[in-house]
Ligand binder design. Sequence first.
Ligand code: KMT
Ligand code: NI
Length: 224
Amino acid sequence: MSATDITAMAAAPDAKKHKMSYPVAPESEWPEAWLMKDTVEDQTKENRQEPNVPVAIADLKKLGIAYWKMDAESFEYPVKAVPWDPKDAMDPKLKAIRDDRRYSYADIITVHPDHLPEFETKIKAFFEEHIHDAEEIRYIIGGSGYFDVRGLDEQWIRVHVKKGDLMTLPEGIYHRFTCDEKRLIHAMRLFIGQPIWTPFNRPQEEHPSRQKYVHEFMEENKEE
Ligand code: KMT
Ligand code: NI
């Protein structure tokens, strides 16, 4: 063990006391994001503008999105566990992030035509633009999919998440989800306290979570 490791370990209890958050991934590790074209015929396709308009990671951060790159290869997760009880096969980085951010609840689901009853209906529902009154936290442990979020100018930004991606969307952000063309995503859903997944479909301008989001992330950014 190097001297640096020992110093880092010694510093850890102090870091905890000061509620230092686990650092998000460097921008080079974040998922790809792009602006969507105006008309979506098939939600599972990339739906890029032509030519492609990439969205900078800095812009995702401005919307309140956070991201951690995880090692999903070295740990095994069940196809479905509601809730999921982490026994001894436990990813220490996942544990650290959960402790740090108080993600006390976790479950594991698989969205695929063979695993989710009424798959087509469900993915259409996920794709309705909505907010939640809490952070949306998803750790992708297999497969892939798209989270679409509204940018500051109302444009749809498509984020392609895949195995190993842990992404959080802030409370009150307008968003939607869809499987991609592979129609398979294996995900851990995390939550602070007792989970409430209720989507509040747009418009929700009077909803306290929306107002909080607008105040925290939109008013300031617009002033720049
Ligand atoms: C969501 O938020 O739409 C879902 O939970 C869908 C499956 S998890 C990627
Ligand atoms: Ni949602």
